[in-house]
Design a protein around this ligand. Structure first.
Ligand SMILES: CC(=O)N[C@H]1[C@@H](OP(=O)(O)OP(=O)(O)OC[C@H]2O[C@@H](n3ccc(=O)[nH]c3=O)[C@H](O)[C@@H]2O)O[C@H](CO)[C@@H](O)[C@@H]1O[C@H](C)C(=O)N[C@@H](C)C(=O)N[C@H](CCC(=O)N[C@@H](CCC[C@@H](N)C(=O)O)C(=O)O)C(=O)O
Ligand SMILES: Nc1ncnc2c1ncn2[C@@H]1O[C@H](COP(=O)(O)OP(=O)(O)OP(=O)(O)O)[C@@H](O)[C@H]1O
Ligand SMILES: C[C@@H](N)C(=O)N[C@H](C)C(=O)O
Length: 468
């Protein structure tokens, strides 16, 4: 994490140091914190104005709790007692500080965006690179205008490669993130439906994702999903501003890509696959689903760019530490299998999860528990109805839905499953009670919904109950 003197910090973020004592300019800070309830010794507190609180109300408390200094936005009135760095805008200052720190450490930058798979692909890339390099990566899902700067500022001084998730829900957001951390290598995992509400069309989503390409350093490499025609089409438009010497690499299922699977096998340990560029080696991902093989191909392309030898890949994959709740397979003590895919959902990722459930061997019942998919815009009902049609009554035994939008999944599923196999809820307690009455050891239960539904609360109740 960043350790610099207050004089350095003021210069790096364009602030004015108001020293409360002689020598304060040489006081060293250790790390940056934006929550006064999580102060660490000698940190720099950065107050941010949010939807529910204004961090400036907590600057004095932060200093009292051990922060070495606090930024202070000029238009917020008199600064608190203590050593303060006054700035025009604290969020902008946080971003400028992170860009300056990144420039000083100067690691290679790998940036990953896409509607689905950013976090998973980031985890796989990190596993492949960390055997040869000092790697720092986005923690959890810190992928926006606040999370990315915090990720950079948490980087150690000896970092050689930083792997950054770049998320968006509007045009221009990825352009900003790429300006703070211009990538050497950029990955676009796919173009789905996430944030259609704000973007309006999949084409606009694709244009937003391609901002990461326009932000590449000269000669940088764009690794993108070649199965998505929108990306190649937009890159051919005169308005697309490709950086000088931009290289490209296409991955995907189709054989016209630079790399594609030549064999895939699903098993209890995950997915084993071979690919066009690695015909001699079968690699194993400890993750189910062919969508994760596609994520794996993107990650392999990154590793190849940094000279990771084919012989090192299997070892790298064996060190993979996956962020939870992304098709995470959980076994209860009683033998019930829970597929925890509750972190987020959009039609593309929900279909991918259903594919996993429908392809699994099961001596009990296969049960899908599906919740609302949010931020899909005016066609949200149709998207949910489409999921109802996608469910195969020959492969899935019972369907439970949670949420108002998800009731459209139930309504269309009933047409082929029959009403005795489909249950619709808007209350988690009632959903939990029926699941507890129905689920038996050997069953497999998939949980999937958007983040806002917090469907893991139901999964956790089952997990607790079935531990005996
Ligand atoms: C600003 C902030 O960090 N807020 C977090 C806070 O929210 P809360 O509502 O409680 O507080 P406020 O934001 O109103 O508070 C303002 C600040 O005041 C601080 N504070 C408050 C009380 C107090 O006593 N002392 C204080 O110091 C407070 O800490 C604030 O700094 O807590 C929530 C619960 O933990 C957090 O969720 C909330 O974080 C916000 C949402 C945030 O943006 N956090 C980033 C670090 C981040 O990266 N979060 C990611 C999610 C990112 C994401 O959604 N990505 C999208 C794509 C990008 C969309 C983009 N347009 C966008 O707007 O984000 C995606 O699809 O992936 C994460 O947490 O996973
Ligand atoms: N390539 C893919 N195609 C379809 N679904 C995917 C793909 N990769 C991951 N998923 C699914 O999408 C969901 C989110 O995965 P992950 O967190 O890796 O993506 P993300 O882009 O970081 O998501 P978010 O933007 O919601 O944070 C999970 O359900 C996961 O199983
Ligand atoms: C907040 C945004 N990153 C997100 O995850 N949206 C989903 C759809 C949600 O809020 O559930």
């Amino acid at each position: 994490m960043i350790t610099r003197t207050l004089g350095n910090i003021a210069a790096m973020c364009g602030g004015e140091l108001l020293a409360s004592e002689a020598g304060a300019v040489d006081t060293k800070i250790a790390g940056v914190v934006t929550d006064s309830r999580k102060i660490t010794p000698a940190c720099l507190f950065v107050p941010l104005a949010g939807d529910n609180f204004d961090g400036h109300h907590y600057s004095a408390a932060a200093l009292a709790a051990g922060a070495a200094s606090t930024l202070w936005q000029r238009n917020k009135g008199p600064a608190p007692e203590g050593t303060v760095i006054v700035v025009e805008d604290t969020l902008t200052a946080l971003q400028q500080l992170s860009a300056a720190y990144l420039n000083e450490i100067a690691p290679h930058v790998v940036a990953i965006t896409g509607s689905n798979g950013k976090t998973t692909t980031k985890d796989i890339v990190t596993a492949l690179l960390q055997g040869q390099y000092v790697v720092h990566k986005t923690q959890g899902n810190f992928n926006n205008h606040i999370g990315l700067p915090l990720t950079i500022l948490a980087m150690a001084e000896d970092t050689e490669i930083i792997v950054l998730e770049m998320g968006m829900s509007s045009r221009g957001e990825i352009a900003l993130l790429a300006s703070l951390a211009p990538p050497d290598v950029a990955v676009i995992t796919n173009v789905g439906e996430s944030h259609l509400l704000q973007l309006g069309s999949r084409e606009e989503i694709a244009r937003a994702k391609l901002e990461i390409a326009e932000g590449l350093k000269p000669g940088g490499l764009l690794i993108y999903n070649g199965d998505e025609p929108l990306l190649a089409e937009i890159m051919l438009e005169p308005s697309f501003r490709a950086p000088e010497g931009m290289q490209t690499f296409r991955f995907g299922l189709n054989a016209d890509n630079d790399d594609y699977p030549t064999g895939m096998m699903s098993h209890s340990g995950g997915m084993t696959f071979t690919s066009h560029l690695y015909e001699e080696h079968a690699f194993t991902l400890p993750l189910p689903g062919r969508h994760n093989v596609i994520n794996g191909l993107a990650a392999l392309a990154v590793a190849r760019q940094f000279g990771v030898a084919e012989e090192s890949i299997e070892v790298g994959l064996s060190t993979l530490k996956l962020t939870g709740m992304r098709i995470e397979v959980m076994q209860t003590a009683s033998g019930l299998t829970l597929l925890n895919d509750a972190y987020n959902a959009s039609p593309t990722s929900m279909k991918a999860a259903i594919d996993v459930l429908q392809s699994m061997k099961c001596s009990g019942s296969k049960i899908a528990v599906l919740g609302d998919m949010l931020e899909l815009g005016p066609e949200e009902v149709q998207f949910h109805q489409g999921i109802g049609h996608y469910l195969d009554p020959a492969e899935i035994d019972l369907v439970f839905t949670y949420g108002t939008l998800a009731s459209n999944i139930a309504a269309t599923a009933k047409q082929r499953f029959g009403k005795e196999r489909v249950f619709s809820f808007t209350d988690k307690a009632a959903l939990t009670t029926l699941l507890l009455n129905i689920c038996k050891p050997k069953d497999i239960v998939l949980f999937k919904a958007s983040r806002g539904m917090k469907l893991e609360e139901v999964l956790n109740n089952l997990n607790t109950h079935y531990q005996t």
